[in-house]
Design a protein around this ligand. Structure first.
Ligand SMILES: [Zn+2]
Length: 291
């Protein structure tokens, strides 16, 4: 394993370790510490899509640990920490940061400083300079390893498997380079798409289409019409879709085209702007939204 100094990102571009070595290193680290969760969340297994305003932050919790997908905007970081605390989460097996835009990594520095984080997985792409600097400083201060998200890589944490489905190549643009990650827990699958857009969705489906089939979809780019293509939906066939966006946001998210694409396929749609935090429960065989 590389030394801490090797891991330290030195510019606004996050430098990542060789992904090939990541799975083995993570598996060993997690096996030693995956049970350090309090009993508070023993009755909750599934994903909480947090209401962090205009941004993304979701956690998957199961009896062996927890994985965070994105950390919301900077202004919601205290709220995010409260949500995680309320679920009894003190340690995260890993944090997947889909891409380094402020509405996804703004709260990541606070998470790294407040919780024990086994590793960060994120793509190597350009990001928001200020948020990236705060993240870079927190990673260095906490000595947290970072692994580059590359399509085809797999990470295992007990009963959980994370499979990276995108980026299949480097686009050089944050949204397009978003990590698309499939979480598999027993028989159910949750697909997290960051802000991936049509071009990268299509490339990934063309390369790995058979891997996209899921039960729950975190809708890409807050429901923007730039994302959630017919190609993606035909490959993913979710039964539940969650859109994370702010009330009366400046972008008009979610866009009507995306709502229509989901509705046409009979997908059950939930929105954080309308419902607050959305809890999608699972027993490992089926999924349902907590009322
Ligand atoms: Zn975003």
């Amino acid at each position: 394993m590389s030394t801490r100094s090797d891991k330290r990102p030195r510019t606004s571009r996050i430098r990542t370790a060789a992904a090939a070595a990541a799975a083995a290193i993570l598996a060993a680290a997690v096996a030693a510490a995956a049970f350090i969760l309090s009993g508070a969340n023993e009755k909750f297994t599934g994903a909480a899509f947090f209401n962090v305003g205009q941004g993304d932050a979701a956690v998957f919790v199961y009896d062996g640990g927890a994985v965070l997908f994105d950390a919301g905007p900077n202004e919601s970081e205290d709220r995010l920490l409260s949500y995680l605390s309320a679920l009894g989460i003190k340690r995260l097996d890993c944090v997947v940061l889909s891409h380094p835009h402020e509405d996804h990594i703004g709260g990541a520095d606070a998470v790294l400083r407040e919780l024990e984080v086994g590793a960060v997985i994120m793509p190597d792409t350009e990001g928001d300079p200020r948020s990236t600097e705060e993240l870079t400083d927190a990673l260095a201060d906490e000595g947290c390893p970072v692994y580059e998200a590359v399509a085809g890589d797999e990470y295992s944490f007990g009963e959980l498997t994370l499979t990276v489905l995108s980026p299949t190549r480097r686009y050089g643009e944050g949204n397009l380079d978003s990590a698309i990650v499939m979480l598999s827990y027993m028989d159910v699958k949750f697909l997290f798409t960051g802000d991936a857009e049509a071009e990268s969705e299509r490339d990934a489906v063309a390369a790995l289409g058979g891997e996209f089939d899921c039960d729950v979809l975190k809708v890409g780019h807050h429901g923007s019409s730039t994302s959630t293509t017919d190609e993606l939906l035909d490959a993913a066939t979710p039964s539940i879709a969650v859109i994370s966006c702010g009330v009366d946001n400046d972008y008009g998210h979610p866009h009507a085209e995306v709502m229509e694409r989901l509705s046409a396929r009979g997908v059950e749609i939930h929105r954080t702007d309308a419902e607050g935090t959305v809890y999608v429960m699972t027993d490992g065989k089926k999924v349902w939204v907590k009322k």
